[in-house]
Design a protein around this ligand. Structure first.
Ligand SMILES: Cc1cc2nc3c(=O)[nH]c(=O)nc-3n(C[C@H](O)[C@H](O)[C@H](O)COP(=O)(O)OP(=O)(O)OC[C@H]3O[C@@H](n4cnc5c(N)ncnc54)[C@H](O)[C@@H]3O)c2cc1C
Length: 315
């Protein structure tokens, strides 16, 4: 109930306008966001890299409605890639297609994405296309497949959400293709016609999809075939992490075939612990458009609301 209400608020313009003016909201958001500037995000990246953690940088924003703004986002990503390369940061990037203009036109979005991917490929930096609400699932997978065929399996990945009924079939196809996939539970408000309404079912599906993907036979015939399909196990849920670790151990899954991922600001100590045994990547968002991202984090864990409420009274 609270989750649904917070996810509704994450899309509501009036709530955005009220919340982003609150100093307390900005303070709490800083727990999940590395800062407003690229310099701040790179500073966080350096600290995480020094602890053995890899990073994926996300320039916050989504649902852009002007072609000029979408172009600005593309330029920002090109600059982020240049800085990652020049500073030799251990970082990939994550982006959202609606940030690159998908709501305006698919062609505009693809043009912007190609500009980003050509620099990323030149600099050998991975790009993950985040998954948004189900309105975009088919388009995102189609664009992912087009870009992956043009720029290479190792340069482009995308995301599958375990809360969707369709994900089992999607994962089966993507495994056979040898895709680079991040598996998460899913962060949007979806109806029971498309998504499991119960957390227990989402969790069971997460474990099932992890097993299915990690035990898929190597795809393709290139010299990199034994590194594909590749799975990013993106969760903070200890039960999911332990289930994945058991599957990795039992099936002797090669370290070249997977990594763990978590969000910046959540379970930092556990991130460091996992990094001692596995490849571990932290999703580091930055920028001024933090509102919807922040609300989705509150929705995932209503206990964060208490932290939010307390900070109203903090000096
Ligand atoms: C690297 C990464 C990338 C992601 N990319 C996408 C994407 O592209 N599309 C998409 O729909 N979703 C994405 N997500 C979000 C994801 O779908 C979930 O909403 C989110 O990860 C919470 O699910 P969980 O697996 O951590 O399990 P949950 O069952 O939600 O949480 C398990 C436990 O983790 C801890 N926890 C979880 N969330 C929080 C929080 N916000 N604050 C504090 N503690 C918390 C708590 O201890 C909680 O009990 C991403 C998540 C990660 C880690």
């Amino acid at each position: 109930m609270i989750r649904r209400f917070l996810l509704y608020l994450s899309q509501a313009a009036w709530a955005r306008s009220v919340t982003t003016r609150l100093a307390a909201a900005r303070r709490v958001a800083r727990r999940f966001v590395a800062g407003e500037t690229l310099d701040e995000a790179l500073e966080v990246t350096r600290k995480l890299n020094a602890k053995g953690l890899l990073v994926t940088l996300d320039y916050l924003g989504e649902s852009v409605t002007s072609a000029e703004d979408a172009r600005g986002v593309m330029e920002a990503y090109r600059w982020i890639l240049e800085r990652i390369a020049s500073e030799k940061a251990q970082a990939s990037v994550s982006l959202k297609l609606t940030h690159l203009g998908l709501d305006i036109s698919e062609e505009l979005c693809q043009t912007n994405l190609r500009h980003i991917l050509s620099i990323a490929k030149e600099r050998s930096i991975g790009v993950t296309i985040d998954m948004e609400s189900t309105q975009y699932t088919d388009t995102t997978l189609r664009i992912y497949r087009t870009m992956r065929d043009e720029y290479g399996f190792d340069n482009v990945g995308t995301v599958i959400q375990a809360y969707l009924y369709r994900s089992e079939n999607d994962m089966r196809d993507l495994a056979a293709e040898g895709a680079h996939i991040r598996l998460c539970k899913g962060a949007y408000l979806e109806p029971p016609t498309v998504a499991f309404p119960l957390k227990a079912d989402v969790d069971a599906n997460y474990v099932k999809l992890t097993r299915q993907y990690l035990s898929a036979p190597p795809a393709g015939t290139s010299s990199l075939a034994d590194e594909r399909p590749y799975l990013c196990i993106a969760t903070h849920d200890e039960k999911m992490i332990q289930a994945a670790e058991n599957i990795i151990k039992e099936s002797k899954v090669s370290p070249a075939r997977y990594e763990f991922q978590m969000l910046y600001g959540i379970r930092g100590a556990r991130q460091e612990e996992l990094a001692k045994q596995h490849k571990m990547r932290v999703y580091v968002p930055f920028g001024t458009a933090w509102y919807p991202y922040f609300m989705r984090r509150l929705a995932e864990r209503p206990a964060n609301l208490w932290f939010f409420a307390r900070s109203f009274f903090a000096r």
